[in-house]
Design a protein around this ligand. Structure first.
Ligand code: ADP
Ligand code: MG
Length: 363
C-alpha cells in the first residue's frame, strides 16, 4: 500500500498571466487530498470519500474514458495515460479523500491528480522525477479530463515548500521558492470563499484567452509576457480595440506586480506587498473585468476592516478572495466580511486563514 498527500492552493498574485507565458506566485495550502494505492485482483477500482459510487474499469488506455463519471477520470486518467505510454500497470485499487472544497478556486482537482500521480509513481516504482510528475499531472487534467488548465496548480501542489510561495515562470515551467511567512510580520493571510455561483465561466474565460492571443498577434510578440512594463504605452497605442487594450494592460501590469512582490518577499519586506495585491484586484475588476459583486464586496470589507491588501484569487466570476490582515484585526475582519455579506443579501461565505505548506509528500 502506498499513500501520498498533495495540497490545494491559493494564488497570491498573478491572475490570467499563466496562458500568456507569464508569472504566478501560488501558495500550497494545509488542505489537500490523500490518495491510497493498493494492489488488487483484477481491473482498476477507484473510490472517493466525497462521492458514493465506486468506479471499476478494465485495464486499458484513454479510449476507455467514455461513459466514466467525470470525477473518476481525474484518478483513472493517470492509469490510462501510463498504459498508453507503454507502462504495464497492474490491477489496482485507489482511494482518495480530500478536504479541499471543489470548484471554489482552491484547486481540488490538482490536489486530487497530484496525490494520485505521486502515489502511483512510488507504488509502481516509475521514478518519473519532478518534470515527469508535473507532465503526467498536467496531461491528466488536459487530456484525460479535458480541462484547459495552465500548469500552475500542479506545479505548486507538487513543489510547494512550507513557509514559501512558489514563483513560477509559466513559459518554461520553472519554479523558485520565495519566503512567505505573514505571521513573522504580525499578519495573517485570510481566505474568503465567497461561495458565489460561478457565472458564465467557460465563455468568459475563452474570450479572455483568445483576446490575449489576438493582442499578442497584433503586437507581433509570441505572448503578452513579451510586452514589458516600459513598452506598455507603445503597445497600447498600437492596439485600436478598447477590449484588447484593457486585456493587455491587465496582463502586462500583473506580470510586473508579480515580479515586484517577489522582490519584496526576497528582501524580507512582506509588509509592503499589500498595495500590489490591491492593485491586482483593481486591474481584474476594471480592466480584465472578471470579478463579481460578491468578491468586490469581500475586498472592500477587508480593506475597511484594516487589511493591508486584498484581491480576488483564481480565474474569476466567483471563487475566493484573499486579504493580508494584521493578526490583531483578524476577528474584526472576519466579522466585517460576514456582516457585509448578510447586509447585501449574499449567501454566507466560508473563511479560514492560510499558511504556506509543503507540496506532495508520502504519508
Ligand atoms: P477546483 O480545482 O477549483 O476545485 P475543478 O473544476 O478544476 O475545480 O475541479 C473540481 C472537480 O474535481 C470536481 O467537480 C470533481 O470532479 C473533482 N474532484 C476534486 N476533488 C475530488 C474528490 N475528493 N473526490 C472526487 N472528485 C473530486
Ligand atoms: Mg481545478
Amino acid at each position: 500500500m502506498t499513500r501520498f498527500f498533495a495540497p490545494g492552493r491559493i494564488n497570491l498574485i498573478g491572475e490570467h498571466t499563466d496562458y500568456n507565458d507569464g508569472f504566478v506566485l501560488p501558495v500550497a495550502l494545509v488542505q489537500g487530498c490523500t490518495a491510497t494505492v493498493e494492489d488488487a485482483a483484477s481491473g482498476w477500482a477507484v473510490t472517493s470519500a466525497q462521492t458514493s459510487d465506486e468506479v471499476v474499469v478494465e485495464r486499458g488506455g484513454l479510449a476507455g474514458r467514455d461513459g466514466v463519471a467525470e470525477w473518476a477520470t481525474y484518478v483513472l486518467g493517470a492509469l490510462w495515460l501510463l498504459h498508453d505510454d507503454g507502462v504495464d500497470v497492474p490491477p489496482l485499487r485507489i482511494a482518495v479523500d480530500s478536504d479541499v472544497p471543489t470548484g471554489a478556486g482552491l484547486s481540488s482537482s490538482a490536489a486530487l491528480v497530484c496525490s494520485v500521480v505521486s502515489a502511483l509513481d512510488a507504488h509502481l516504482g516509475l521514478d518519473l522525477g519532478p518534470a515527469g510528475l508535473l507532465a503526467l499531472s498536467r496531461r491528466v487534467e488536459n487530456d484525460a479530463v479535458g480541462a484547459p488548465t495552465g500548469g500552475m496548480d500542479q506545479l505548486v501542489s507538487l513543489r510547494g515548500e512550507a513557509g514559501h510561495a512558489l514563483f513560477c515562470d509559466m513559459r518554461d515551467l520553472t519554479s523558485q521558492a520565495v519566503p512567505f511567512d505573514p505571521a513573522a510580520s504580525g499578519l495573517a493571510l485570510l481566505v474568503v470563499d465567497t461561495r458565489a455561483p460561478h457565472r458564465l465561466v467557460d465563455g468568459e474565460y475563452a474570450a479572455r484567452r483568445s483576446g490575449c492571443e489576438e493582442a499578442a498577434k497584433r503586437l507581433g510578440v509570441p505572448a503578452l509576457r513579451d510586452v514589458t512594463a516600459d513598452g506598455l504605452d507603445d503597445a497600447l497605442a498600437e492596439l485600436n480595440d478598447d477590449e484588447l487594450r484593457r486585456y493587455t494592460r491587465h496582463v502586462v501590469t500583473e506580470d510586473d506586480r508579480v515580479l515586484a512582490v517577489v522582490d519584496l518577499l526576497r528582501a524580507g519586506r512582506l509588509d509592503e506587498i499589500g498595495p500590489l495585491l490591491t492593485a491586482s484586484h483593481v486591474s481584474m475588476r476594471d480592466d480584465f473585468r472578471i470579478t463579481v459583486p460578491e468578491v468586490d464586496l469581500a475586498v472592500d470589507a477587508l480593506h475597511e476592516a484594516g487589511a493591508i491588501g486584498a484581491r480576488m484569487t483564481g480565474g474569476g466570476f466567483g471563487g475566493c478572495v484573499i486579504g493580508l490582515v494584521p493578526v490583531d484585526e483578524l476577528d474584526a475582519a472576519q466579522d466585517a466580511v460576514r456582516r457585509a455579506f448578510a447586509d447585501a443579501g449574499f449567501g454566507e461565505p466560508s473563511l479560514f486563514t492560510a499558511t504556506a505548506e509543503a507540496g506532495a509528500r508520502r504519508l
